[in-house]
Design a protein around this ligand. Sequence first.
Ligand SMILES: *Cc1c(COP(=O)(O)O)cnc(C)c1O
Length: 238
Amino acid sequence: MASPDPGRIDPAPLAERLRGIRARIEAAARRTGRDPTGITLVAVSKTREAGEIRAAVAAGQRDFGENYAQELAAKREALADLARIRWHMIGHLQRNKAKLLVPGIHMLQTIDSPRLVEALGRRLAEHDASLDVLIQVDVAGEEQKSGAAPEEVPALVAAIRACPHLRLRGLMVIPPFTAGPEESRPRFRALRELAEKLRLGEGERELSMGMSDTFEVAVEEGATIVRVGTAIFGERGR
Ligand SMILES: *Cc1c(COP(=O)(O)O)cnc(C)c1O
């Protein structure tokens, strides 16, 4: 018998892991009396091959997240035949890279400065396109290189609402990658409380929070979007 092609991805284990994650999201939602259908699972596919993403799509996954503009743009091109994929940019976006992503991505989760709002607005206007965005918040004013301080968020909300090409959808937080579930919980709660304090409108209340080790706690604290990489695709090489 011929040996298996090493470039070919066996889709069965990936589909099984995806089913497991979706079941855990559902269970966490029900524990806190939430409707699990209101929670979007974003599969974080950074460093993953196009073939692995195809396998995830075949298993019913639709939303994918990437951290680097170039990598996202390259994969979007390689997978252009899969029209149902929705790409989420979840890494810091430099203003001069906006043209790699806009138009064409589903959501930018990392707005953190008025200058980025301006650059995106210009780029989108040229293409007469619009984009869903989240504001990335550094809720604890700590270790992050990116993310707006909580006191900067009201001005960002106003700037996004004033831009006819951007649609504010909510807030996002990235706790330190080393923080476990209970260490992350206060940050998740702080993001939810900030959203409440801001009186965000209907359609502006997405909360993107929670990763492989923390998504269940994030759902308990009100996450509507969770971003899961390792628990779906396995450990990353880099
Ligand atoms: C890499 C990454 C994730 C996923 O992390 P895992 O621990 O692999 O689930 C989620 N959010 C952001 C912003 C990331 O950079």
